[in-house]
Design a protein around this ligand. Structure first.
Ligand code: ADP
Ligand code: MG
Length: 261
C-alpha cells in the first residue's frame, strides 16, 4: 500500500511545488516507486518536470470528470522510479465546473485505490487553499507535509492548517497525521530566520523536521530546464537537502512501522 503525503499549507510562494517535485524525485532516487500528483489548477509541477501541454495525454481533470481512470493519466518521467499525474484542470473545463466535481470529497481517494499497490509513495502538490480539491487531497492522504518559508512565515496560515486538520480528522479522515514541518528558503545567518524559527518552535516544535531547505537559486533555475534539482546538479546544496528530507521521511516511516508491530 502506498503512503500518501500531501504537501499543503494555505499560502502561496512558500515552496510547496518545489518541495513536492524535489521530494518525489529524491524518493525516486532512493529507488522508492513514487507517484507525484499535481492537484493545483496552475499546474506548476508539470512545468518543473518539463511537461508542456503537448506532452500531456490525460490528466486529473478527466479523472474528476469520470471520463478517465487515474492509471490512464499517469505519465513517465526522466527518473525510472518516478511517475506523474498532471492537473491540466484549465484545459478541459471551466474552473467553476471543476470545483463542482470536487464537492465529492472522495473522488481522489477512490481513484488512488486503483494504483496503491504500484507505488510506495504518492506525493500530492496542493494549491494554497483549504477547500475543494485540497480537501479531496487531504481526505485521500495519510499525512500532511507543511512547507514554511523561513523568515516570512505566517503563523496564522499554520494555525489555520492545524484547525482544518483537526476538523478533517473529525469528519472525514480520522487517520490523517502530520508528516512534519519543513523549513524552506532557509538563510542560516539571518536574524528574521532565527526569530521566526523561535516563534514556530513555541507552538509546533514537535512537528519540526531536522532537515531544512536552504535558500538557493538553483532550485528556481532547475525548473526552467524542466528538471528536479537532483537531475540538474545532484551535488548542489539544494539537491542534497531534498535527498536528506527524503531520507528523514523514510527513516521516520520505518520507525512508525516498527512501533506499530
Ligand atoms: P508554492 O508552490 O508554495 O507557491 P513554489 O515552490 O512555487 O511555491 O516556490 C515559489 C518560488 O520560490 C518559485 O519561484 C521557486 O522556484 C522559489 N523557491 C522555492 N524554494 C526555494 C528555495 N529553497 N530557494 C530559493 N528559491 C526557492
Ligand atoms: Mg505551487
Amino acid at each position: 500500500m502506498s503512503k500518501v503525503i500531501s504537501v499543503c499549507i494555505p499560502k502561496g510562494g512558500v515552496g510547496k511545488t518545489t518541495t513536492a517535485v524535489n521530494l518525489a524525485a529524491s524518493l525516486a532516487v532512493a529507488e522508492k516507486k513514487t507517484l507525484l500528483i499535481d492537484v493545483d489548477p496552475y499546474g506548476a509541477s508539470a512545468i518543473a518536470l518539463g511537461f508542456t501541454s503537448d506532452k500531456i495525454n490525460a490528466s486529473l481533470a478527466e479523472v474528476f470528470a469520470f471520463t478517465h481512470s487515474l492509471k490512464s493519466a499517469i505519465h513517465q518521467t526522466d527518473l525510472e522510479y518516478l511517475d506523474f499525474v498532471p492537473s491540466n484542470i484549465y484545459s478541459i473545463s471551466t474552473h467553476d465546473k471543476f470545483l463542482k466535481f470536487t464537492e465529492n470529497r472522495l473522488i481522489l481517494k477512490n481513484a488512488i485505490k486503483e494504483i496503491e499497490n504500484y507505488y510506495e509513495y504518492v506525493i500530492i502538490d496542493c494549491p494554497p487553499l483549504l477547500k475543494g480539491i485540497s480537501t479531496n487531497a487531504l481526505v485521500a492522504s495519510d499525512s500532511i507535509l507543511i512547507p514554511i518559508k523561513s523568515g516570512h512565515f505566517s503563523l496564522e496560515a499554520v494555525d489555520r492548517l492545524f484547525n482544518y486538520f483537526d476538523w478533517l480528522k473529525e469528519i472525514a479522515n480520522p487517520d490523517l497525521s502530520i508528516e512534519g514541518i519543513i523549513l524552506t528558503m532557509y538563510e542560516k545567518d539571518s536574524k528574521v530566520t532565527k526569530i521566526s524559527e523561535r516563534e514556530l518552535k513555541i507552538k509546533y516544535s514537535k512537528y519540526l523536521l531536522n532537515t531544512f531547505i536552504p535558500n538557493t537559486n538553483l532550485l528556481n533555475e532547475s525548473t526552467f530546464y524542466g528538471k528536479p534539482l537532483c537531475l540538474y546538479k545532484i551535488d548542489s546544496e539544494g539537491a542534497v537537502a531534498y535527498l536528506n528530507l527524503a531520507n528523514e521521511i523514510l527513516q521516520n516511516n520505518k520507525k512508525n512501522k516498527t512501533e506499530l508491530i
